[in-house]
Every structure is written in structure tokens, then in C-alpha cells.
Design a protein around this ligand. Structure first.
Ligand code: C5P
Length: 223
């Protein structure tokens, strides 16, 4: 909504997985539906922000009123994020593949009996860490996600420091009632800010998004 509380703010969001090509038909990826990132993008749009959504491959429809930049790989995602700067806020929700294949094959790798292909991997850039680095025109507020299965708060605290971001949304990705967080419609998160840790109740991803968006409004009111 034009004139909403986040009017005039540009918010960059990464969402979805990345696909790291092995050859023209195969890839390496993380499990991610993109639902949480898209829900955050929509919640911020609804509060008046100008949103750029850099999205890896998902089955979701690009939301109306949001600039969606489709990407495949982590390197693509990094380039699209850099191109989208300056931003007031960056929220990295994407499940970026940690590694890519060092040399992508231009032809489909043939299956040969008794001869297994060996994939050499190389590290992908950490997009959250890059955005949190001051020398790039750092967004004022940089938010990361941390998928954890145990000691959620402690691991998230360590990640906050390691990445240099301002807030971490730590999600407990342990399955509940037979529903996985990855691909599921609910999320259970702990928000870590310099003010402390807040445990939020397990809720639909839209509700988690709305709450995070309201936190961001509160942050800009105070600053
Ligand atoms: O280190 P880890 O992957 O657990 O960190 C998760 C956070 O870092 C998420 O916010 C994710 O979007 C971001 N990330 C990133 N680029 C990477 C790896 C993670 O932006 N290569």
C-alpha cells in the first residue's frame, strides 16, 4: 500500500533454493519451497515497502507489486543481490547451496558401467555475509535465517556473530505433527536481535512474515 508505514524503504529478499548445475540435466540443491521468503516479501509490500525478491527456482507465482528476479545458482543470486543495492533492509531467506561443482560439464555425463563420475566441489559465496559487510553500501538492517534442529538459540547467536548481520530468525526445522518445515505451511522461530531472543509460537508462514514485518516497522520508528 502506497503510504504504508514502510513507504520509501527498499527491501531486498532472497528466497528459495539455488540450483548448482552438474551438467545440462543435473544439479545440486537444498530443500526449500520458497514459501517463507515469498510470504515475507508480500507482508512487506502490503506495508508499503518497495520489495526486490531474488528467487531461486520455486513453483510459486511471482507476487504482484514486487520486482521478482529469478535466478538459478548462488553466483547468479549474488550478482542479482549486488545489482539490487542500495537497499534499506536485506533479508536472506534463501537456502543457498554451500557448494557448486568446480567445472560444470557442457554435455550430459554418460552413465558407464564400472566408472563412477567424481564431482569436485568448490565453495559458494555467502550472500548474507557479503551483504552484511560494510564496504558494499551495507543495508541498515541485515537479517539472516538459521535452520537448526537443536540448541537453536545458541547456534543462532554464533551465526549472528559469524555472519555480521543484525538479526537472526532461527527456525527449528524439526518436523511437527508429520509436517516438515521445509515445504510445509508452518514455521517455529526464535527472533534474535541486540535486544534479546523472542520465541514465537509455531504459526502459519504468513503469520511469521507479518510479525517480522511489524518488527521492522518498529525498528524504523525507533531509529
Ligand atoms: O550458514 P548457514 O547456511 O546456516 O546460514 C543461513 C543464512 O545465511 C540464511 O540467511 C541464508 O540465506 C544465508 N546464506 C547465504 N549464502 C550462503 C549460505 C547461507 O546468504 N551461501
Amino acid at each position: 500500500a502506497a503510504g504504508g508505514p514502510l513507504h520509501g524503504k527498499h527491501i531486498l529478499i532472497t528466497a528459495g533454493p539455488t540450483h548448482e548445475a552438474i551438467d545440462p540435466v543435473r544439479y545440486i540443491a537444498n530443500r526449500s519451497s520458497g514459501k517463507q521468503g515469498y510470504a515475507i516479501a508480500e507482508a512487506l509490500r502490503d506495508r508499503g515497502a518497495r520489495v526486490t525478491l531474488v528467487s531461486g527456482p520455486t513453483s510459486l507465482t511471482p507476487p504482484e507489486g514486487i520486482t521478482t528476479v529469478p535466478v538459478q545458482s548462488a553466483l547468479d543470486m549474488q550478482a542479482a543481490c549486488t545489482a539490487a543495492l542500495p537497499a534499506d533492509v536485506a533479508i536472506c531467506v534463501a537456502a543457498v547451496a554451500d557448494w557448486r561443482v568446480a567445472a560444470t560439464e557442457s554435455q550430459k555425463i554418460k552413465k558407464q558401467t564400472g566408472d563412477l563420475p567424481v564431482l569436485e566441489l568448490t565453495e559458494n559465496p555467502d550472500i548474507l555475509k557479503m551483504l552484511a559487510q560494510a564496504d558494499l553500501g551495507r543495508p541498515e538492517l541485515v537479517v539472516g535465517f538459521a535452520a537448526e534442529t537443536e540448541n537453536v538459540a545458541a547456534h543462532a547467536q554464533a551465526k549472528l556473530k559469524r555472519k555480521g548481520c543484525d538479526w537472526i530468525v532461527a527456525n527449528d526445522v524439526t518436523a511437527r505433527d508429520g509436517e516438515s518445515v521445509m515445504g510445509g505451511d508452518h514455521n517455529q522461530v526464535t527472533l534474535l536481535t541486540p535486544d534479546g531472543a523472542e520465541d514465537w509460537n509455531r504459526a502459519p508462514k504468513e503469520q511469521v512474515a507479518a510479525r517480522l514485518a511489524d518488527k521492522i516497522i518498529e525498528y524504523f520508528k525507533k531509529s
